[in-house]
Design a protein around this ligand. Structure first.
Ligand code: LMR
Length: 328
């Protein structure tokens, strides 16, 4: 890799080339929407780039574009097919336009803990689910785990009734909409980069996300507090285009896939620790975290879990049952 200040031209646009790829190397651009560091996805993307840049020097080179600086999650899907980026890792909630099978991951209270969620995404069955994207021109390379989701709002949330009448930002997921409606609240789909502003100006009253998103995006600063519901998993599908993958010579492709596999497994093992740190950082910064008693949590479960039935046809009852029975 040559100068760190080299510029490259993508789709007619000049952009900074953070890894300083040289002209001989295959450039792998990874665009994502979260913080560059201190976040399971930001850190995994950087770890992957460091390894590729070291181990594939002279053959391939990776550049990471964090924080929605290059694309939103919906635009990045098109950009992959156009060859403007080669890797992306949108949240699994954002694949609805491509496959309804991945709705599995949005079912509230599907996994009993982060460990069981991690065990499932490491399974062959989970890997098979990503193959539903093949017919759309994408290849799923694996998963990055982010953590479990928590609710926050501009008023204290202890019981599901506290959420009634509020408006929550959700990702572009009909399962999330159904789940919010089960609380007698309303849902608004918004891009991730718009969430802070929407909370601050009162366009929405609340949101649901992982500890590291709530911390790194500073959502806690514009909310009354966060309720530790652990109600849903937040994980990402690491995807590339078939065209890109098939265009690599065999040796390069297998080296690339091996590095991806090893890095994702390693990154996913560190999620619990990182999420714990983000949770602690919220408290250190003066944010309010409300823990639920088992009885209080049960009320959230019994209010939201019935939405599973609505999506059973899209996902498959056997797939749901298998995932729900995962043990860590
Ligand atoms: C969101 O939109 O809330 C998340 O998908 C963002 C992310 O990538 O963690």
């Amino acid at each position: 890799a040559a100068s760190a200040l080299a510029m490259c031209v993508v789709a007619g646009q000049a952009m900074a080339d953070p890894a300083g790829c040289d002209g001989e190397e295959t450039v792998i651009r990874f665009s994502h929407v979260v913080a560059a560091s201190g976040h399971p996805k930001g850190d995994a993307a950087q770890l992957l780039a460091d390894r590729i840049n070291e181990q594939m020097e002279g053959t391939a080179c990776m550049e990471v574009y964090p924080n929605s600086t290059l694309y939103d999650d919906d635009k990045v899907m098109e950009a992959l097919l156009l060859g403007d980026v080669q890797l992306a890792a949108p949240s699994l909630s954002k694949f609805e336009a491509y496959t309804k099978k991945l709705r599995l991951y949005d079912l509230p209270f599907l996994f009993s803990s982060l460990d069981t969620a991690n065990a499932y995404i490491g399974s062959d069955e989970a890997k098979d689910l990503l193959s539903a994207l093949e017919s759309e021109g994408y290849t799923g390379l694996g998963y990055i785990m982010s953590g479990l989701k928590q609710f926050s709002a501009n008023k204290p949330l202890e019981t599901p009734e506290d959420a009634a009448g509020l408006k929550f930002r959700v990702q572009t997921s009909d399962v999330a909409v159904a789940m919010i409606e089960a609380l007698n609240a309303s849902a608004q789909k918004l891009a991730f980069k718009e969430v802070y502003g929407a909370l601050q100006t009162g366009v929405v009253d609340g949101q649901e996300n992982s500890w590291c998103n709530i911390y790194t995006q500073k959502f806690f600063e514009v909310q009354d507090g966060i309720t530790e519901t652990n109600h849903q998993v937040l994980a990402y599908g690491v995807i590339t285009s078939q065209e890109f993958l098939e265009g690599l010579d065999e040796e390069t492709r297998s080296q690339f896939l091996k590095i991806v596999d090893e890095t994702l497994a390693e990154a996913n093992n560190q999620v619990a620790e990182k999420e714990g740190e983000c949770r602690q950082s919220i408290m250190d910064a003066g944010g309010t975290i409300r823990e639920l008693t088992p009885e209080q949590r049960e009320a959230w479960v019994s209010t939201m879990k019935p939405v599973w039935q609505q999506f059973e046809g899209d996902i498959g009852a056997d797939v749901i049952e298998n995932a729900a029975n995962t043990s860590a």
